[in-house]
Design a binder for this molecule. Structure first.
Ligand SMILES: O=C(O)c1cc(=O)[nH]c(=O)n1[C@@H]1O[C@H](COP(=O)(O)O)[C@@H](O)[C@H]1O
Length: 224
C-alpha cells in the first residue's frame, strides 16, 4: 500500500462525504466508511463513494454470534471492500466464521481495544491487565482464528507486530502534534504509528474537521 492513510468519512451526509473524499484524493490511500455513514446510506452510499475509485474500508465492527456475523459478512461481500472490521472480543468462532464468509480479497481485521478506552475504562468493563495485555491477548486469538490482522492504537502496535510478524495492523486514534484529542485516549502521531509498524493509518477529524482538508492531508502525508 503506497499511501497508508485511509480518511474516515464519518458523516451521515453523502454529499459532504463525496466533497471531502474528492478534496483529499491523491493524498490518501483509501476511504473508510463507518457506522455513521453506512446506517444512513447503506449499499447505495458505498456504491456512490466507490465511484471515486479508491479502496474502501468498511468499518462495521461486527460483533454478534458467529452465525449472524457470517450472514452479515455475506450481505456485504458484493461491495468488495478492501478491509472489514469485526470485534475480536466476539471470540474465536465468530472470527473464524467471519473470515470464512468474507471475499477472498477482503482483509478481515479484529478490533482489540478501542482507542477511546484507557486502563481505567478497562477495569470498569471487567478487562484484566493493561491495554498492551489486552491487545496482545486478542492479537493471538485473531491470528489463531485466521484473521488478516487487528486494529489497535499506535502505543501497542509495535508489541503486536513482534508477536505477529506478517499481520496487517490498522491504527486509528491518530493526532498530529498538538491536535485536539476529542474522545480518543490512546492517541499517537501518524508518524509514530507508522514507525511502530502500522500497515494502515485511519485518520478522521484531523483531516475532515480541518478548514482545508486537502492541506491537512498533505501535511500528514509529508510526515510519513
Ligand atoms: O475500527 C476503527 O477504525 C476504529 C477503532 C478504534 O479503536 N478507534 C477508532 O477511532 N476507530 C475509528 O477510527 C476513526 C477515528 O476518527 P478520528 O478520531 O476522527 O480520527 C473513527 O472512524 C473510528 O470509528
Amino acid at each position: 500500500m503506497s499511501n497508508p492513510v485511509f480518511v474516515a468519512l464519518d458523516t451521515p451526509d453523502l454529499e459532504q462525504a463525496i466533497t471531502i473524499a474528492k478534496s483529499v484524493r491523491g493524498h490518501v490511500g483509501g476511504l473508510k466508511l463507518g457506522l455513521e455513514f453506512f446506517c444512513a446510506h447503506g449499499h447505495h452510499g458505498v456504491h456512490e463513494i466507490q465511484k471515486l475509485d479508491l479502496p474502501i474500508f468498511l468499518d462495521l465492527k461486527l460483533h454478534d454470534i458467529p452465525n449472524t456475523v457470517a450472514k452479515a459478512m455475506q450481505a456485504i461481500n458484493m461491495l468488495e471492500p478492501a478491509v472489514v472490521t469485526v470485534h475480536a472480543s466476539g471470540g474465536r468462532a465468530m472470527m473464524e466464521d467471519a473470515k470464512a464468509a468474507a471475499n477472498e480479497h477482503t482483509k478481515v481485521v479484529g478490533v482489540t481495544l478501542l482507542t477511546s478506552l484507557d486502563q481505567n475504562d478497562m477495569g470498569k468493563i471487567g478487562y484484566q491487565g493493561t491495554p498492551h495485555d489486552q491487545v496482545e491477548r486478542l492479537a493471538d486469538l485473531a491470528r489463531e482464528a485466521g484473521l488478516d490482522g487487528i486494529v489497535c492504537s499506535g502505543n501497542e502496535v509495535g508489541a503486536a507486530h513482534k508477536i505477529w510478524k506478517d499481520g496487517f495492523f490498522v491504527v486509528p486514534g491518530l493526532r498530529p502534534k498538538g491536535g485536539a484529542m476529542g474522545d480518543q485516549k490512546r492517541a499517537v502521531t501518524p508518524q509514530q504509528a507508522r514507525n511502530n509498524g502500522a500497515s494502515l493509518l485511519v485518520i478522521g477529524r484531523p483531516i475532515t474537521g480541518a478548514e482545508d482538508p486537502n492541506a491537512a492531508a498533505r501535511a500528514i502525508e509529508a510526515t510519513l
